[in-house]
Structures are given as C-alpha cells and as structure tokens.
Design a protein around this ligand. Structure first.
Ligand SMILES: NC(=O)c1ccc[n+]([C@@H]2O[C@H](COP(=O)([O-])OP(=O)(O)OC[C@H]3O[C@@H](n4cnc5c(N)ncnc54)[C@H](OP(=O)(O)O)[C@@H]3O)[C@@H](O)[C@H]2O)c1
Length: 256
C-alpha cells in the first residue's frame, strides 16, 4: 500500500481485492484492520465520497488523483430564443451547440436542456409559436442534431405547464426537466402523460431549495417523494458538504 505525502496532502493507493488471498494470516489481518479503519474512522468518513459503480461506469485516475467513478453525463442548458429574442432560430440553436462542443472539447452532448424564453410574461404566445413550429422547424433541427450525433437526448425545461403539455406531444422530445418536490406539485398531473408518451423526467429542486427541511421533512422523505413516480429516473440536487452528500446517499438507498 504506497503512501506518499505531497505538502499537506497524503496520497494512499490501496485496493482491498489486490491483496493476495494466499498471503500469510498476519497480512490478511492487516488488510481487515485497514479496511475497518477506513469504514469506522469518523475523520476518514467525513472526507470520503463513496461512489457505487453501475454497469458501464469507469474509474478514471489522472496524475494519481481519482477524478470520477461515474461515466460523466453532460447536460447542456441552451435557450433559443433567449430573453428578448423574437421567435425560434434553428440555425442559431445548431450554431450554439457547435460552439459549446468546441469550447468543451467534446463531440457529443448527452442531454440538451432546451428552453424557449423570449417573453415569459406572454405564455400564450410562447406556447402558440412553439406549437406552430413543433412539427416543422424545431422537428427538423432535432432530427439534424441527433442524426449528426451532437445531441443524444433532447430535453425541455418548459417554464409552464401549458408549454410542457405541448412538449409532451413532440415525438422528437425525449425528456422533460421540471420541478418536483413535496411543496411544488404543479407538474404532478403531467407525469402519467409523460410516462404514456414514453418520455423521461429529470427532477429539479427535490428539496425545494431547502424549504422541505423547514416543513419537517427528511432527506429520505423528499427523495422518496421525488422518485415515487416511475418516470422520474434522475434528479438534480445541490449540496455543499460531504455530510449532506452522505445523507443524500443514505436517503437514496432507503427511498422507495
Ligand atoms: N432549469 C434548470 O436547469 C434549473 C432550474 C432551477 C434550479 N436549477 C439547479 O438545480 C440545482 C438544485 O436546485 P436547488 O439548490 O435550488 O434545490 P435543492 O437541490 O432542492 O436544494 C438544495 C438545498 O438543500 C440543502 N441540502 C442538501 N442536502 C441536504 C441535507 N442532507 N440536509 C439538509 N439540507 C440539505 C442544500 O444545503 P447545502 O448547500 O448546505 O448543502 C441547499 O440549500 C441547483 O444547482 C440549481 O442551480 C436548475
């Protein structure tokens, strides 16, 4: 087990399963003691982020540092039209995808979260214009960016229920990105329709930006609510401490 210090940082490279099973009992004993230490030490636990690999995930080391245990998924948020723009400009959307791919050094975006902003105060116009172009210009851009491999999943953050309703009728739209938590339930009625239409749902704000805790709910309660509908397979959660991450991890393990 190589241990190396670099300034204040200590690097440990250890793999439980790489200890020779035929090694003497004293070595096996040492292996078990070190494993217990990693599990039981509060100091280690506080600074450790555990990752459980799913099929297809990979572990990446770079310069001896563990970067990620999970195959990264790139979600790109793009608003075309942006606030104040007039109408949908397909060429602009395609150009912006190319610009982002070049800036990120990638050839493919796993999920594009598309938004029609323009004027949010005039939702009726937003929905009408979207409906008019959904089978023509927008469908054509969707076909292009998928056939050229730039975007795998075309998702929509609708801003309103009416816009979400139109989006769910679009065959080229794979996913909806919506708020979902016990305090904000305005999209609940669309989940069955989304499921029936074969879409996915990415849940935002599962803790209502922290307000769920003020109302007495636990992390597990909020996550159970979030994933209670079979269509919700992923959620965007924010946290700023390893302790909160650990609670989220155990809440996910225990949520129904
Ligand atoms: N269209 C979009 O793409 C869109 C729209 C809205 C929001 N978002 C993004 O979605 C993400 C999530 O939104 P959000 O932060 O508003 O909502 P959230 O994930 O529902 O809640 C985050 C809050 O919960 C707290 N928290 C997390 N784990 C906790 C725990 N175990 N115990 C107690 N408190 C805990 C966090 O506190 P700590 O920070 O102290 O851990 C933070 O205050 C953000 O990154 C936001 O930018 C995206």
């Amino acid at each position: 087990m190589p241990v190396r210090r670099n300034g204040a940082r200590v690097f440990v490279n250890w793999n439980y399963y790489c200890v020779d099973p035929g090694a003497p009992a004293s070595i096996q004993n040492l292996r078990e003691r070190f494993r217990r230490f990693l599990y039981e030490s509060a100091g280690v636990r506080e600074k450790t982020i555990g990752v459980k690999l799913a099929r297809g995930d990979a572990v990446v080391w770079k310069d001896e540092e563990l970067l990620s245990g999970i195959a990264p998924k790139l979600i790109l948020k793009l608003a075309v039209p942006h606030f104040g723009d007039e109408g949908f400009d397909g060429a602009r959307l395609e150009r912006r995808i190319e610009e982002h791919c070049a800036a990120l050094g990638v050839s493919q975006i796993d999920c594009m979260q598309w938004m029609w902003r323009a004027d949010l105060k005039d939702d009726q116009r937003r929905c009408n214009e979207f409906r008019e172009l959904a089978t023509t210009r927008i469908a054509s851009v969707a076909a292009t960016i998928k056939s050229n491999g730039r975007v795998v999943c075309f998702a929509c953050f609708p801003y309103t229920q009416a816009f979400a309703d139109v989006a769910l009728d679009c065959p080229w739209m794979e996913a909806l990105v919506i708020y979902r938590n016990p305090l904000e339930r305005e999209y609940d009625h669309l989940l069955d329709k989304a499921l029936g239409a074969g879409k996915q749902v990415i849940a935002l704000r599962p803790f209502a930006a922290g307000r769920t805790f003020e109302s007495g709910l636990t992390v597990k309660d909020a996550l159970s609510h979030c994933f209670a509908h079979p269509i919700v397979r992923s959620a965007l959660i924010s946290f700023t401490s390893p302790a909160h991450l650990a609670e989220i991890e155990s809440g996910l393990a225990g949520s129904s």
